[in-house]
Design a binder for this molecule. Structure first.
Ligand SMILES: Nc1ncnc2c1ncn2[C@@H]1O[C@H](COP(=O)(O)OP(=O)(O)OP(=O)(O)O)[C@@H](O)[C@H]1O
Ligand SMILES: [Mg+2]
Ligand SMILES: [Zn+2]
Length: 217
């Protein structure tokens, strides 16, 4: 893992932290985010019931399973609609942030999500719920999740990289970084600048041995 990994020895899983990973392509941002659920504790029955209620309302219960037993990991694409992300529709249904309740919401390429989507994340990050208003009344869905977002530092991706020069103008770098508003940045608890770390993929024979030892092969 990347030596900058904040999760490696931490005990941060009991709090709903919001983390932003910033770094060049290949720094391991996606790798680190996808590894996060593997260090989260097992669900309690109460959490499982909370998640199951959300999935049931969203009509998203995995076939044949009456109870959700694993922590959700949701990674919506940045082209997702506003209703798909925060919830909505004529008969309001939970969106991705509620489907990530008690689990992880991974927002890869954060600046690409668009300002409307990004601004509406502020309420759930603060209140752990999202409220959807309709003429007939308002609905509140739970949204207590660990948010982990990733972004490159600039349009070309290499600003600050020690090996590859950045080809962007300073104003382009600033415009790109300002796509995340100060108000949203304020709600991010951990800002992590990641560098590309030299690493070697284990040889296939060694990979097979590791898989056998971990019971995956
Ligand atoms: N420290 C590391 N140890 C092992 N593998 C790594 C490490 N960093 C990156 N990798 C590998 O390098 C590849 C690229 O990593 P990853 O996709 O996580 O980078 P990224 O920072 O998300 O890049 P991008 O900005 O292009 O999305 C992956 O195959 C990943 O497994
Ligand atoms: Mg990535
Ligand atoms: Zn650049």
């Amino acid at each position: 893992m990347n030596p900058h990994c904040i999760y490696s020895g931490g005990n941060c899983w009991n709090c709903d932290y919001c983390t932003l990973l910033k770094g060049p392509p290949g720094a391991g941002k996606t790798l680190l985010a996808r590894a996060l659920p593997s260090i989260l504790p097992r669900l309690t029955l109460r959490e499982a019931l909370e998640i199951t209620r959300v999935y049931s309302v969203a009509d998203a219960l995995p076939g044949g399973e009456p109870l959700v037993r694993t922590r959700p990991f949701r990674a919506p694409h940045h082209t997702i609609s506003h209703a798909g992300l925060v919830g909505g529709g004529r008969w309001p249904k939970p969106g991705e942030i509620s489907l990530a309740h008690r689990g992880v919401l991974f927002l890869d390429e954060l600046p690409e999500f668009g300002s409307r989507n990004l601004e509406t994340l502020r309420q759930p990050l603060e209140d752990k719920v999202v409220t959807i208003s309709r003429a007939s009344g308002s609905l509140t869905f739970p949204a207590a999740f660990q948010a982990i977002a990733a972004m490159n530092p600039c349009p070309c991706g290499y600003y600050g990289d020690d090996r590859q020069p950045c080809t962007c103008s300073l104003s382009a770098v600033q415009r790109y970084q300002h796509r995340i508003s100060g108000l949203l940045l304020d709600r991010i608890d951990i800002h992590l600048d990641m560098m590309r770390a030299p690493f070697q993929k284990p040889a296939p024979s060694k990979r097979a041995r590791i898989r056998r030892r971990s019971g995956h092969g």
